[in-house]
Design a protein around this ligand. Sequence first.
Ligand SMILES: *[C@@H]1O[C@H](CO)[C@@H](O)[C@H](O)[C@H]1NC(C)=O
Ligand SMILES: *[C@@H]1O[C@H](CO)[C@@H](O)[C@H](O)[C@H]1NC(C)=O
Ligand SMILES: *[C@@H]1O[C@H](CO)[C@@H](O)[C@H](O)[C@H]1NC(C)=O
Length: 434
Amino acid sequence: MVTRWAFFITLSLLNLLVVTTVVMWSLWLPTVGWSGDGSDSATRGNLWALCLPKQSRQHNGEFYKTWEEAGDQTYHPFQTRVRVVLWSDALWRRTGLAKNRNRTWYKLCPRRPACEFTREHMWVSYADAVVFHLPTLPTNYTPELMPRKRKVHQKWVLFSMESPVVTRGKNMASYGGVFNWTMTYRGDSDVLTSYGSRSLLYNSLPALPANPGKPPRNFAREKDRLAVWFVSNCYAHLTRHHYAKELRKHIKVDVFGRCGKSVCAEDRGYRSTCFKKTIKRYKFYLAFESYKCREYITEKFWRNALENEVVPVVLGAPKEDYIRFAPPGSFIHVDDFKSPKDLALYLKRLAKNDKEYNRYFRWRSMQFRKNTTLDKGRWCNLCDKLLQTCPQERKVYADIYRWWKGKEGEEYCERTLLPEDIPKPHFDLSIHFS
Ligand SMILES: *[C@@H]1O[C@H](CO)[C@@H](O)[C@H](O)[C@H]1NC(C)=O
Ligand SMILES: *[C@@H]1O[C@H](CO)[C@@H](O)[C@H](O)[C@H]1NC(C)=O
Ligand SMILES: *[C@@H]1O[C@H](CO)[C@@H](O)[C@H](O)[C@H]1NC(C)=O
């Protein structure tokens, strides 16, 4: 009888051991088990943090430094989740989630269920990252408005979709030494939050048969109008307004938006059917950015023009930036023309020649080269970076002011005459195109 009980108890203990091991293993596996090449093979929704040898990560850069925190005990291999607090309400609105949702944690990147987001500040002490929205941060760094305590491996992430011109009112120097990561449209950010990219674009458009070098169909046939410009920042002294005014002397450009005529009044969202249908009727879309800044290529280019299969005429970032980011041969850059008049002549000629016009769509039938630095969308990019970063890694932007603005004499944004530069009393600073 005694031996039978002993046998039974031993068996139970053994069983418990096996179950515990399996549970621990399954918790552990997702964190360390699968290599992170960024591909979807990581079906468990996790990536593998890659820890390189110490020396390679010590770095004293111009704007930031990186180092390794030896013996950091805060991370353990059973950690299976990363949590992110979106500190600024403006960021929460960007997630597209309704205000009155009742859950605390959201998976903004469904393919990485291990990565969860909240906007509730009370969770900040648990967070692996806290994201701050630059355009709505206080002018000066104000510690009382930031989280009180900060876990040693917690990353403070500076987020901006706006250009340095828009955030010029911020005393960026006062934020030196505060942020660990940057998350902007610029390619040298730690996390990319672009307005668009080749990978996102190819994903959103219907696939066309691969047929390198040939336009997949006649895009010109669907179009009965020439050029369109939607413009809503009517501040008169933007470079693009002078350019557009000149251009319109030589070619018909329909102007919609706050500074032009109204169209799609009842449903003004840029994803609305009315908006898309309107744009698709045109051969050219003026994707003129408000500010001329390096790499600043916005939804005007990606969503409004390319997604609607209209050829963008671009003014803004230098041509080399468009070449680096845009599909090859997909746009017309104003810098290629001596004057707005020359551009107008070219557009008119192109509009009459379907064969030439369709050359701007050859990229649609090219195979997109696989690239592990693909843009997966902003929240997924953040999740992947968090899951892939070695937990002992440290980084801080000591000179965030110069990182953001650019080195002296090599600023990222071209100077613009801004309202504050114009002596008062100033008259109407807005422009209207009829
Ligand atoms: C919470 O929201 C979900 C959907 O957003 C809804 O189905 C559910 O009933 C809500 N629960 C409460 C307690 O309000
Ligand atoms: C992948 O993309 C990055 C960023 O766009 C680029 O720097 C890199 O050269 C690309 N790699 C390949 C193999 O195309
Ligand atoms: C983030 O920056 C702070 C402030 O300089 C620094 O103390 C901390 O170690 C950094 N954390 C990480 C994870 O890089």
